[in-house]
Design a protein around this ligand. Structure first.
Ligand code: 6GU
Length: 231
């Protein structure tokens, strides 16, 4: 998988991409990640990448020129299946979207900033617009890192079988059940008896029941989805 990220803050992406799961994916040759500084594509003499909004008082807007130049250059070099834009007014990014993206070969991610980008970029270049949740971040960079982390860990070989992505929370619309490790008794705080029983069937049933209860209590929205999609 190849991911090209276009951003006004390339430094912000250095740390997430050079440590963590993303580093592992790169080292194993499973992912290639290139970060492009949007400013380098600006034809403005001061390398500006934003300008005043035509709607008064709306704040600065990212200009179409450098974005068009960056995307066109990348597209002239290879085919991209998606051009993603990270923005608080995008569609909600969730596990299903992560699964879909993990099957792609080449992606571009444009990180949003300021009061957004010129709508013509969205109309003519962007194929997917994602928000990672109902809160506002200063820029789309951290959202891009979140999205990439969730996608790259799904690539076969990035994480071990033990922590297999298939058993993650959310793959079945349920939160994870509680987990325990040794000692079985820590200063009188005991691990649930059933986990020590050695009865795999009973343990699985218990885990499933716990997952349902956690989900019902914390995420009624997910629980509804679970009930709908269970069959
Ligand atoms: Cl993708 N970008 C920004 N700036 N804020 C967000 C977001 C994205 N998702 C949630 N909040």
């Amino acid at each position: 998988m190849r991911i090209d990220i276009i951003t006004v803050l390339p430094e912000l992406l250095e740390s997430p991409f050079n440590y963590s799961i993303i580093k592992r994916a790169k080292e194993k040759g499973l992912a290639e990640i290139y970060v492009h500084d949007l400013r380098e594509f600006s034809t403005d003499k001061h390398k500006r990448v934003d300008d005043y909004s035509f709607s008064k008082g709306a704040g600065m807007v990212m200009s179409i020129q450098p974005i068009e130049a960056a995307i066109s250059k990348l597209k002239s070099e290879r085919e991209y299946e998606e051009v993603i834009y990270t923005t608080p007014d995008g569609y909600k990014f969730d596990q299903k979207e992560a699964n879909v993206l993990s099957l792609k070969q080449n992606l571009i991610i444009l990180c949003g900033h300021y009061k957004g980008i010129d709508q013509r970029v969205r109309d003519h270049f962007i194929t997917k617009e994602y928000s990672i949740g109902d809160y506002v971040l200063t820029g789309g960079e951290l959202a891009a890192a979140v999205i990439l982390d969730s996608v790259l860990r799904l690539l076969p070989g990035v994480i071990s079988d033990e922590t297999s992505a298939l058993t993650d929370s959310f793959q079945d619309n349920l939160l994870s059940p509680p987990v325990y490790t040794r000692p079985a008794d820590y200063k009188g705080w005991k691990v649930p008896e059933i986990l020590l029983s050695g009865n795999d069937k009973k343990i699985d049933d218990w885990k499933h029941q716990q997952a349902i209860e956690q989900t019902k209590a914390r995420r009624p929205d997910l629980y509804k989805k679970y009930l709908r999609e269970e069959t």
